[in-house]
Ligand binder design. Sequence first.
Ligand SMILES: NC(=O)c1ccc[n+]([C@@H]2O[C@H](COP(=O)([O-])OP(=O)(O)OC[C@H]3O[C@@H](n4cnc5c(N)ncnc54)[C@H](O)[C@@H]3O)[C@@H](O)[C@H]2O)c1
Length: 310
Amino acid sequence: MQVSGKVLICDSIDQVGIDSLRRAGMTVDYMPEIKVNELISSIKDYDVIIVRSRTKISDEVINAATNTKIIARVGVGLDNIDVKAAESRNIRVINAAEAAMNAVSELTVGHMISLARSIPHADVETKKGNWIKKDLIGIELKGKYLGIIGVGNIGRNVARIAKALRMNLIGYDSYPINKDFIKEVGLITTDLDTLVESADFITCHVPLNQNTKHMFNIQRFSKMKSTAYIINTSRGEVIDEKALFEALTYGKIAGAALDVFEIEPPTNKMLLELPNVICTPHIGSQTKEAQELASMVIAEKVIQIMRGVI
Ligand SMILES: NC(=O)c1ccc[n+]([C@@H]2O[C@H](COP(=O)([O-])OP(=O)(O)OC[C@H]3O[C@@H](n4cnc5c(N)ncnc54)[C@H](O)[C@@H]3O)[C@@H](O)[C@H]2O)c1
């Protein structure tokens, strides 16, 4: 069934979703560089607005969206959309929550192995001509305790990969964790502080909200083993970066790997320059497969909503 309607795409997304919307009969304007004033003046002409991270859909933008039915984010978090303002105007806000699961999980495990074996440092020194083999005694993941905070889509997938690496798994979630999954991976479920005290590696997969903001503060870092590592591929503000700097500098923990930061791009140079910190520029979902899948999922959801199916 063909569907009519106008779609404005404000950020760069994979072509596959654009083709799918057009095939379904929708008119698509692709403006990945659109500025906020242009968006405010033209938004009333569109039924659907599609964004990734660059475009901020603020209350002001939503006030101008008098005909918009759907705001879609080709990604997971909705941090760049004023969801309350949209919903108060009966605009549906949708995302592609599942699309990044594999990409983020694999990056998380990559960070964990990088920390355990100092791969980024070894690479830099070897390329400089420094043969620092004797300084690079790492640790193995096998048999270590991985603490997973937030056992949702990504947390569960990380657990499955880590099980294959023969790690022991500890999980904490504010909602009950599926019993079949607990059995499948042999997850030890516990409270947050017990997890923090017991784990050799801690990985965060929670959304950012008032309960998770600065979940890792100086008190929490103090509870970690001094040999333990933390990995954050969720949202930057889950970790208080000042407290992390202190914990790393005073040897309260062994190291950290960060894909996300309190401010992006990060300005906290002192933290980034520590030798026991590994950083990537928020590339969790930056894989060809995840981008294609997110674009496809969003196009399909938009088409179904416009057809009145969901
Ligand atoms: N680095 C990246 O590029 C990237 C890409 C995609 C997603 N993410 C982030 O990864 C995180 C997880 O995504 P997901 O798809 O697995 O989400 P999800 O909703 O499937 O899982 C999140 C889990 O966290 C739990 N949770 C919520 N509040 C909690 C709390 N206070 N304490 C403990 N658990 C809590 C939820 O119950 C849920 O099980 C999100 O922050 C998301 O924004 C990052």
